[in-house]
Design a protein around this ligand. Structure first.
Ligand code: PY5
Length: 305
């Protein structure tokens, strides 16, 4: 996928040039995966640029850091201001992707990461267009199981978690699919490598609970809110793998992927192999909400200018 960059990065409280935003080879995170990240999108219209659910993303960032005892040194308010400042400094007038990262810096080979360990914090802006095929995703069930809380907590959006996601993605592409769906250790549906999952059956919507090894997605929460507002019941419960095959609709949610319909699983067609009506209605409202077209959801937006 194509990705573009902007000229300036926010790095430990300062605005630095893209080429100077570098790390040392001995950065702890490079060796042990000791980083936490966020993925946020901003959308633009003729009047302004809107960061979608910035506060929720930054709260999750702070919680991810808390799980690993990273001392972020920046308050929620400072992090929110830093994101806005980074977008303004780059004079961005279009939609963009925001990648906050906090990582353990020079800490030798020591595994004891504590409140005294050196943490670097950066906010990076990227040009990311469509992340997932809008006409529909052909997914497979991965042979890799999703990480789980007693091993590596999926509730923290940690860099190291994505080794699990990379393996599942590689396998799905090797076998000719667009995307993987991972099961938890009990065999219930968990999530995709970078997205949460929903199924629709007989007009009701189901999604796996937090206990199924998922990241508590902000787009997941947005989709639940929109679906409820549209009059659909959304039920959080375990989903056995086989239920995917007989679902009327399946969709994935994520900041990068937005609302992405799944049209087949393991080669089995879902519904009539096209985006279904429930997915379509949620996707349409999501598209409008993030672009400040629906006053009802404008509280989710942070204006940049
Ligand atoms: N599950 C995982 C493992 C994720 O990485 C993501 C987000 C989600 C669910 C959805 O969370 P949210 O709705 O809060 O974005 N993934 C990132 C994203 O920006 C990175 C994808 C490569 O969408």
């Amino acid at each position: 996928m194509k990705i573009g960059y902007y000229s300036y990065v926010w790095y430990n409280g300062e605005i630095v040039e893209w080429n100077k935003a570098t790390v040392h080879l001995m950065s702890h995170a490079l060796h042990y995966g000791t980083s936490v990240i966020e993925g946020i999108r901003a959308y633009a219209d003729e009047e302004n640029v809107y960061v979608f659910r910035l506060v929720d993303h930054m709260k999750r960032f702070i919680n991810s850091a808390k799980i690993y005892s990273f001392n972020l040194k920046y308050s929620l308010d400072e992090l929110l201001k830093a994101v806005v400042e980074t977008i303004r400094t780059n004079n961005v007038k279009e939609g963009c992707y925001i990648r906050p990262i906090a990582f353990v810096g020079m800490h030798g080979i020591d595994l004891y990461v504590s409140k005294d360990s050196p943490i670097n914090v950066a906010i990076i802006l990227l040009k990311v267009g469509e992340y997932m095929k809008s006409e529909g995703v052909r997914a497979c069930i991965s042979s890799w199981r999703r990480i789980c809380d007693p091993l590596i907590p999926p509730l923290a959006k940690a860099g190291g978690n994505y080794l699990n996601s990379v393996l599942a993605t590689q396998e799905s592409k090797r076998n000719g699919y667009d995307e993987a769906i991972m099961l938890d250790l009990n065999g219930n549906v968990s999530e995709a490598p970078g997205e949460n999952i929903f199924i629709v059956r007989k007009g009701k919507i189901y999604t796996p609970p937090v206990s199924a090894g998922i990241l508590e997605g902000i787009t997941r929460d947005t989709a639940i809110t929109i679906a409820n507002d549209l009059g659909y019941e959304v039920i959080e419960r375990n989903i056995p793998k086989t239920e995917l095959y007989i679902s009327d609709e399946i969709f994935l949610t994520g900041t990068a992927a937005e609302i992405a319909p799944v049209i087949s699983v393991d080669g089995i067609t879902i519904g009539d192999g096209k985006i279904g009506p429930v997915t379509k209605s949620i996707k349409e409202l999501y598209h409008q909400a993030v672009r400040n077209k629906l006053p009802k959801y404008s509280h989710w937006l942070t204006k940049v200018y």
